[in-house]
Design a protein around this ligand. Structure first.
Ligand SMILES: [Mn+2]
Length: 314
């Protein structure tokens, strides 16, 4: 059972790379893929593990479970569960790895497996390269970051919007053997991309309308009508001189604050966004993070939104 960060390109690529390793090196033939989400009141991860099977968590929080066989993650906020850091540190299986310095979990898995076992999948190098670009936001500019023309970007957009377990169970095995160009042209992606293009255009328009820059922070309160997915780099396309963006998105299910550092900012980052998010029960990376609250707690999310704008300007 491979549990991976759900609705996430890096999570899907991690699952693809690692499942191929298990197939080639540990003779595993059947895989169950399970997407994990940072949600308030999410069921414990261990409840998804299968007895007697290889259970892996990729690109997601650690959990102290005796059923966990493999673990790879690069989120600096991986050890939120009480006692999890100690459990990880005392592990003796040499199958649990964490490195917060990595841009993507996929690259991390590739490097660890090559160093430790000599295994690699040369035909997946393009996938690994793009997982690193996407997850670490190492795009050349805001235009590449907001365009769906690159096959990897089209797949990323569809994974983020439609990446439930049924979809990922189809996508992930294909990522182990097909080119992203072929996958992006196939019905799996092609049939889902058009509405995303249209929604993204509409969202860009809405962000241009409600967006404002205060100091070095571009902020967008989108809570007046439900929106689930946020095109995070649009903010830097709209406000190229901003250093940070703060987006408040809301659905009846959850209020979500997305905070990011402008990767094309000419000025160096002054704040650790993961730490900032942790103050509100969220997490992420130094350059990008998120905070989720139940949808009923929108007033609290709005207060956090205002506070974070102030803190980022401080
Ligand atoms: Mn990742």
């Amino acid at each position: 059972m491979i549990a991976h960060h759900g609705h996430c390109f890096d999570g899907a690529c991690s699952a693809a790379l690692f499942s191929r390793y298990l197939r080639e090196r540990e003779d595993q033939k059947r895989f169950t893929f399970k997407g994990l989400a940072y949600e308030p009141n999410a069921p414990p991860i261990a409840s998804k593990f299968v007895d007697g099977a290889i259970n892996a968590i990729l690109d997601f929080r650690y959990t102290a479970s005796p059923q966990l066989t493999w673990y790879f993650d690069h989120h600096v906020s991986a050890f939120q569960e009480p006692g999890s850091r100690e459990h990880f540190a005392s592990d003796t299986t040499a199958k649990k790895f964490h490195d917060g310095a990595y841009g993507s979990c996929t690259q991390f898995i590739a490097d660890i497996l090559r160093e430790r076992t000599g295994w690699s999948a040369p035909d997946m190098s393009e996938l690994i390269r793009w997982a690193d670009i996407v997850d670490a936001a190492r795009f050349e500019n805001a235009d590449v970051a907001t365009s769906l023309d690159e096959p990897a970007m089209a797949i990323t957009a569809v994974v983020q919007e439609c990446g439930d377990d049924a979809f990922c169970s189809e996508l992930i095995p294909r990522l182990t053997s097909e080119s992203m160009t072929a996958i992006a042209k196939s019905p799996l992606i092609e049939s889902r991309i058009q509405p995303i293009r249209e929604r993204q255009a509409a969202l860009t328009e809405r962000m241009a309308r409600v967006g404002e820059q205060k100091g070095v922070v571009a902020h967008f309160d989108l809570s007046d009508s439900p929106v689930d997915t946020v095109a995070k780099f649009v903010s830097y396309k709209l406000f190229p001189t901003s250093m940070y963006s703060v987006v408040l998105a809301w659905t009846p299910r959850r209020a979500k604050l997305s905070i990011g550092f402008n990767p094309w900012s000419k000025r160096p980052r002054q704040h650790n966004i993961a730490e900032l998010c942790e103050q509100y029960g969220g997490g992420g990376h130094p350059v990008v993070g998120a905070i989720s609250m139940p949808g009923t707690e929108l007033p609290r999310a709005k207060r956090a939104f205002e506070e974070i704008i102030e803190k980022l300007n401080g």
